[in-house]
Design a protein. Structure first.
Length: 513
């Protein structure tokens, strides 16, 4: 892809920009809603993404996810990174995390978030996140697909969590990425409080109590309005305004839910307590159902405003559910992502496989399932293709591949394709598949390589979704092939790796062990 920056396009009138529809056709282009949930596990829903219902599918209630699935396609093997920042940076730039090097979560400028390790030194990764302009150290520069949508005539709205760049870097502000409207998005990847009674993490005189305090929701301070509900109300107001513009809209509904803290959404709490859940299990269930209500409210808005048939809705999570017991300050883990192994921060399936649904009226077959795999950077070219934006130029290579053929039934972009992950960091929690590793999936096979020990694990994901049977000793030829492919890819994209404290030497690439 042409790497020249698309500066001229940003200053052209909409009708002059590349691949523009004629003025009279602009309104016919589809609206697009990307509904992104934070830290939602594959089974944190009443909608089973497996071949059978699990315990969690039985206890959680997400009727609107079920409703959306009846209208569209469920993707049972949709992948993201294992941590929020890598996923969201891949989303906005279309590049794999190994290339953009935002391989752990970001927050403060020039400060890493890694836990110290006694044996390995962490590489100098891009802890300042991504940016649309050069000039900031430890930052990956990329052209945003949102900017391309805006240039092509879309009205662009951001609502909720951003988490693209660290505080006081250009990437922290969604406006800089092409969003005309920003509701509550900033550098933080979490929130101080969901509670309006706690001013979402602000004192009575308006001072934030934490770097995680949600900005911009002052009108709800002192009320009983849960943050998920406040964001939804503001998103609907933005859609009411967008409806008057006579142009297609792109809404990035990026919830802080279902990230900790486990505040209770009292609209749903007693129901889950009556199911026999502990306090923190019930609180988590309320976060899930409150998120699902938001989805339903947006779907209701589309129907009431005559936009349902002309709106693509994409549901996705940025990483797996937080299942590591060492990660919890509120008690033992409330979800285990069963049948998947491990959770957030892990390159096991529980950390990277996500619930995903796409509704595209008149194009995608309703009430269907797709078992082909894809990765979070694929959203970049896919959304642009959905919007009819072609022949665009970016400053960065695009690693993502459009999954539109999976929706239209015209092809299978996953065939023969390998997916790659790189986590040369020490996230800070422990568990299977967490910290200092990288992975590749090709077809049924998945290889995980651990930098510090040289250990390799091989799983047949189709036969062993729970990654219980390491087949590396039984299939050395597959281990060798995937190790070579993973090593070649990491070198090709100039990926990073940790080094040994004792010698200062870099850990071997997977094909060097």
């Amino acid at each position: 892809m042409d790497k020249r920056i698309l500066l001229p396009l940003a200053i052209l009138p909409a009708f002059q920009a590349g691949n523009m529809q004629a003025a009279g056709e602009t309104a016919k282009r589809p609206n697009i809603i990307l509904f992104m949930v934070d830290d939602m596990g594959w089974e944190d829903t009443s909608l089973p993404f497996w071949t059978e219902k699990t315990h969690y599918n039985e206890v959680y209630e997400t009727p609107n996810m079920e409703r959306l699935a009846r209208q569209g396609v469920m993707f049972t093997e949709a992948y993201a990174s294992s941590i929020s920042s890598p996923s969201r940076c891949s989303l906005i730039t279309g590049t794999n995390a190994a290339r953009h090097r935002v391989t752990n979560w970001t927050l403060q400028k020039d400060k890493t978030t890694d836990r110290k390790d006694s044996l390995l030194d962490i590489p100098d990764w891009n802890y300042n996140g991504v940016s649309q302009v050069p000039g900031t150290n430890n930052t990956f520069v990329g052209t945003s697909f949102v900017q391309l949508l805006k240039n092509s005539g879309y009205h662009t709205i951001h609502c909720g969590k951003a988490h693209f760049g660290a505080i006081d870097t250009p990437g922290e502000d969604p406006h800089h990425w092409g969003f005309e409207v920003n509701i509550a998005g900033h550098a933080a990847g979490g929130l101080a409080s969901y509670l309006g009674e706690e001013n979402y993490g602000h004192t009575k005189d308006g001072k934030p109590t934490s770097l995680m305090s949600i900005p911009g929701l002052e009108k709800y301070w002192g009320t009983e309005t849960f943050a998920t509900e406040a964001l939804t109300l503001e998103a609907i107001k933005a859609l009411d305004k967008a409806k008057k513009y006579n142009q297609p809209f792109y809404l990035y509904m990026s919830h802080y839910a279902i990230h900790i803290p486990l505040n209770k959404d009292m609209r749903f709490y007693e129901k889950y307590k009556k199911k026999g859940m502990t306090d923190h299990e019930a609180a988590y269930a309320t976060l899930i159902e409150g998120m699902d209500k938001s989805l339903g409210d947006l779907m209701d808005w589309l129907e009431k405003n005559g936009e349902a048939d002309n709106t693509i809705t994409i549901f996705m999570s940025d990483n797996g559910g937080l299942a590591s017991e060492s990660a919890w300050r509120d008690g033992p883990p409330h979800t285990q992502n069963y049948p998947l192994l491990s959770g957030k921060g892990s390159l096991c399936e529980g950390g990277i496989r996500e619930p995903m649904i796409v509704s595209w009226p008149g194009v995608a077959q309703p009430n269907t399932r797709c078992d082909k795999y894809l990765l979070i950077e694929d959203f970049y070219p896919t959304i642009l293709e959905m919007a009819g934006v072609k022949d665009y130029k970016t400053v960065q290579p695009i690693d993502g591949i459009s999954f539109v053929p999976l929706l239209t039934g015209t092809g299978d972009p996953s065939k023969g394709r390998s997916l790659f992950w790189n986590m040369p960091n020490n996230w800070g929690n422990d568990g299977p598949g967490i910290n200092f590793n990288c992975a590749v999936r090709n077809g049924d096979w998945k290889l995980i390589y651990y930098y510090g020990t040289g250990k390799k694990e091989l799983f047949n994901i189709s036969d062993d979704i729970g990654e219980k049977n390491d087949l590396s000793t039984r299939h050395p030829e597959i281990v060798k092939r995937l190790s070579q492919e993973l090593g070649d890819h990491l070198r090709k994209v100039d990926a990073q790796r940790p080094s040994f404290k004792a010698t200062g030497k870099a850990c071997p690439w997977p094909d060097e062990v």
